[in-house]
Design a protein around this ligand. Structure first.
Ligand code: G
Ligand code: G
Ligand code: MN
Ligand code: NA
Length: 253
């Protein structure tokens, strides 16, 4: 856990950076989007993963501030990518605290207006637990976000306390299959069955199904065979800084 002062300094002195992990069409290997992942350029410890920072933000009641920084930086990223000729969508992870924030919708609308970027270019990733939480507030918030054209993705699908009855009720644009099922494909045949089941559910709900954690060619082949159209993983790229992402998107994976 980071200290409150660290977090405040990181926000004030611009130590935060968004990295982009390509989302890839598994047939053509074309980059169709990216997931934004927070990184912390710590003044003495170097580049850090975001876990401790996010935990700190939650415990010091600064998650909405950190989340706003991430959303605004994603909009700036979309403006930059547009200028580089990349017409892609960006996915941003949002925490339950942000989803419960009554200002979320107004903030998104004003960012869209400020940067001239349509909200349909943005996807919000919610962990399965929050997406299926049986809360009227969450349901209303999701419906309103969706009505604005924002895409809603359930992250880490299969890993949380799946409530399939709830998955059935809410409007979804994407199911992201948790990376453990993909990474352990060759260890246990049940993993393949679970991915197939996710594909069937996604088809029935008319939503995109994305495989995370694709690390090997063998896994890519199995996913193609199952009929999964989109994937992310180290086989294609880890999360990289924006200038590297632009370069990668203009070349071939
Ligand atoms: O690359 P990776 O180690 O970055 O991500 C670690 C975890 O942190 C993942 O579960 C990811 O969803 C989460 N995460 C990364 N960036 C953000 C962010 O901007 N907001 C939130 N809420 N979570 C993030
Ligand atoms: O938001 P989510 O919890 O899905 O966060 C994605 C996490 O998975 C990030 O920490 C990201 O860096 C990591 N990740 C992305 N691709 C791979 C991969 O192919 N293998 C592994 N082990 N981790 C990955
Ligand atoms: Mn995610
Ligand atoms: Na995930």
């Amino acid at each position: 856990l980071a200290l409150k002062a660290d977090l405040q300094r990181a926000l004030a002195r611009n130590e935060l950076e968004l990295y982009f992990q390509p989302k890839v069409n598994l047939q053509t290997l074309e980059i169709v989007g990216a997931e934004c992942l927070l990184r912390w350029n710590h003044p003495t410890d170097g580049l850090l993963f975001p876990g401790p920072l996010i935990e700190a933000a939650e415990s010091y009641n600064m998650m909405n501030e950190l989340g706003y920084w991430t959303l605004e930086t994603a909009f700036k990223g979309l403006v930059d990518f547009d200028m580089q000729g990349l017409d892609i969508t960006l996915s941003v992870n949002i925490s339950p605290t942000q989803l419960y924030d009554t200002r979320l919708i107004a903030n998104l609308k004003s960012l869209s207006h400020k940067y001239g970027i349509h909200l349909s270019r943005l996807e919000l990733e919610l962990t399965e637990d929050i997406a299926v939480s049986n809360s009227l507030m969450v349901k209303k918030q999701l419906a309103e976000l969706h009505a604005l054209g924002i895409k809603i993705a359930v992250d880490d699908f299969g890993k949380g306390y799946s409530n399939l009855a709830y998955i059935r009720e809410i409007t979804l644009d994407a199911l992201k299959i948790d990376k453990t099922f993909v990474m352990e494909l060759s260890d246990n045949p049940v993993n393949k069955a679970i991915i197939e089941a996710a594909r069937v559910i996604g088809n029935a709900k008319h939503c995109e199904v994305i495989a995370e954690g694709v690390e090997t060619i063998e896994q890519l082949h199995v996913l193609r065979e199952i009929g999964i159209k989109t994937g992310q993983g180290y086989l294609f790229s880890k999360a990289i800084p924006s200038h590297e992402f632009v370069r990668l998107a203009h070349s071939d994976i």
